[in-house]
Design a protein around this ligand. Structure first.
Ligand code: NAD
Length: 495
């Protein structure tokens, strides 16, 4: 097995001698679109060798809950580049999403999804659409850390980190510079999630200030998504946290003409994975009806990433010419703009027949060099002064009288600790809650040290022991801190 050291910054060192890539044909329409794409790749770039791995539904059903076997990991880590078809994650508990596992295990932090219109040859309401969605790929609710805490309440942790924000935002600005893009837009929901989305937005502002040559702005994600759907021509590069980016990039691809047209690159410091943005489309599987364009676009991105810009240009121009000639699969077929409705195989044959040709109406592709974007490594900042200022104790309690719960909590609290607030689903219900507020069995009970008593976090075990002894079911705690005197926790709604 060849082992190559992982570079500290994204660099092409690990790609220079790369001539074998790992491929995974996936599920549903996966094998059909992969065969079509490989036929084009082999015709345009015979020098590339392929190592096939099995991933997805069959591997899951053989009892491997992650959907991938150890030898498949070896191939990806050896070759460092994976071209992957979509896979089907079986429904039901016990199966983790392989896509998410792969992105995170391999450190593929940037999910780059270019979407553009191909008007007038592909019908769209937005002929000027040309957007690159750069989605954070490892964090957010996709950490997949979920717990049931009471009969009525489950939770999912939303983790956002400064290193994660810095590398994705730096990647977006460097990508914009390298690709001649003018503006980077950030989207978050930091009017509600002031800590998590607030960090993403704050890091965006810091890094935008380092790039005065690139315009920058921010939209709250709900109105931002609405504006993309209505006036996409106003957007250029969009950098966005994981979950919002998943949704926004599907919206953007679909309004460009079809979700079947867009490819994506999952870029990491040591490996990269290229795939279509759509799923395994079980409704079309085995019918020779799927559009292979998303995976073809992913393969073009892969060739550019490998520095094989000549082959990338050749395939892209043949593909543009095919679209321009009106040779279309069913998802984009329109008698007004199409000349032939073809299947997956015939579409690939049409592209192969046009290798060496250039589009006549679209601007031809002229890729040069490699597309890899370099970003500086993360440098940890000086640590802030961290002060403990209290603890939130979460309690499973089936009652419906917040004042009764508060009374029990206070009675069991040690000297020096004071109950200051109780919330239910984030909204304050004690002191002075509203009768109208709906109550579940999950209560956040905030204790803070009395100013004169100076208690520290060492009091927490005593606090919990007292509550448990009083019959209160404490299901978790969260410490409250200030960082350089700034609150590192949210207030209760209505507090
Ligand atoms: P989907 O993208 O597979 O399909 C949505 C719709 O788009 C369907 O009507 C489908 O026919 C159409 N479509 C998708 N790709 C097309 C193509 N290439 N050509 C023509 N039409 C196309 O989304 P879904 O139905 O929500 O998911 C199906 C399965 O795919 C699920 O198991 C899901 O978990 C999985 N999935 C996998 C990935 C991945 O592997 N990266 C991504 C998304 C969904």
């Amino acid at each position: 097995m060849i082992s190559r050291p992982a570079p500290r910054v994204i660099s092409l060192e690990y790609l220079v001698e790369m001539n074998t890539i790992t491929v995974a044909k996936g599920d549903g329409i996966g094998p059909e679109i992969m065969d079509a794409t490989l036929a084009i790749l082999k015709a345009a770039h015979p020098g590339l060798a392929y190592e096939e791995i099995q991933i997805g539904e069959q591997v899951y059903l053989q009892g491997n809950t992650s959907g991938i076997a150890p030898e498949a990991w070896d191939s990806i880590r050896r070759n460092r580049v994976l071209l992957k078809s979509p896979i089907t994650t079986p429904q039901g508990g016990g199966y983790k999403s392989l896509n998410v596992t792969m992105r995170k295990s391999l450190g593929l932090f940037a999910n780059v999804r270019p979407c553009r219109s191909y008007a007038p040859f592909v019908t769209t309401k937005h002929p000027e659409l040309d957007i690159v969605v750069i989605r954070e790929n490892e964090e957010d609710l996709y950490a997949g850390i979920e717990h049931q805490q009471t009969d009525e309440v489950v939770q999912c942790l939303k983790l956002i980190t400064r290193p994660g924000c810095e590398q994705i935002v730096r990647y977006a600005f460097e990508y914009a510079k390298k690709n001649g893009r003018k503006r980077v837009t950030c989207m978050t929901k930091d009017n509600i999630m002031k800590q998590t989305d607030g960090l993403f937005h704050a890091v965006f502002n810091e890094i935008a200030a380092e790039h005065p040559d690139i315009e920058s702005n921010h939209w709250i994600v709900d109105i931002g998504t609405a504006l993309v759907a209505d006036r996409p021509e106003a957007f250029d590069v969009i950098v966005i946290p994981n979950l919002y980016g998943d949704i926004l990039s599907d919206v953007t691809a679909q309004i460009a003409g079809s979700v079947g047209l867009a490819g994506s690159a999952n870029i990491g410091r040591a490996c990269a994975m290229f795939e279509a943005i759509h799923g395994s489309a079980p409704d079309l599987a085995g019918k020779d009806a799927a559009n292979p364009s998303g995976l073809i676009q992913a393969a073009v991105m892969m060739l550019n990433h490998l520095g094989e810009s000549e082959s990338a240009t050749q395939i892209q121009n043949a593909w543009l010419r095919t679209i321009e000639d009106g040779v279309h699969t069913g998802d984009v077929f329109d008698p007004a703009t199409s000349t032939a409705c073809v299947g997956t195989r015939a579409f690939a044959e049409a592209v192969i027949a046009r290798l060496g040709q250039r589009p006549e109406r679209f601007t031809p592709a002229t890729y040069a060099g490699n597309s890899a974007v370099e970003i500086a490594p993360y440098v940890r900042k000086e640590r802030k002064r961290k002060t403990w200022v209290g603890v939130d104790v979460f309690v499973d309690w089936p009652g419906d009288r917040p004042d009764e719960l508060a009374h029990q909590l206070q009675a069991a609290a040690p000297d020096g600790m004071e109950l200051v607030m109780v919330t239910n689903r984030g909204v304050k219900v004690w002191p002075q809650g509203f009768e109208e507020t709906f109550l579940t069995d999950h209560w956040r009970c905030r204790f803070q040290p009395q100013a004169t008593r100076g208690a520290g976090p060492a009091i927490i075990p005593e606090l919990l022991a007292g509550q448990l002894a009083a019959g209160l079911d404490c299901v978790k705690t969260e410490n409250l801190y200030e960082f350089d005197g700034v609150k590192g926790y949210s207030l209760g709604q209505g507090q």
